[in-house]
Ligand binder design. Structure first.
Ligand code: FES
Length: 90
């Protein structure tokens, strides 16, 4: 089922990005652009993330780092959604 009709992003794709470490709608947007056009899907993405789509969410809620190393570099954000420096592409 499509979550983001603007970019054709499915619920399954959002779950996969969440499993890879994306714990916020902004991080999902960084991974696949979902939510960056009309924004009509952001609440649905938030609902998916709140339903256990992100396995790191529980530790993030306890204050543990949700994204570290490669996962943070892949999304270009820290767990609060702030941009982080990305390594130069080789
Ligand atoms: S439906 Fe996702 S940005 Fe429009």
């Amino acid at each position: 089922m499509f979550v983001c009709s603007c970019f054709g992003v499915t619920e399954e794709q959002v779950r996969k990005h969440a499993e890879s470490g994306a714990c916020t709608p902004r991080q999902i947007a960084s991974a696949c652009k979902a939510g960056t056009d009309c924004g009509g899907c952001v609440r649905r993405i938030q609902a998916l993330l709140g339903r256990g789509a992100c396995p790191r969410r529980e530790s993030a809620d306890r204050g543990a780092p949700a994204l570290t190393g490669a996962a943070a570099a892949r999304t270009g954000e820290d767990r609060q959604g702030a941009p982080v420096a990305l390594p130069d592409a080789a």
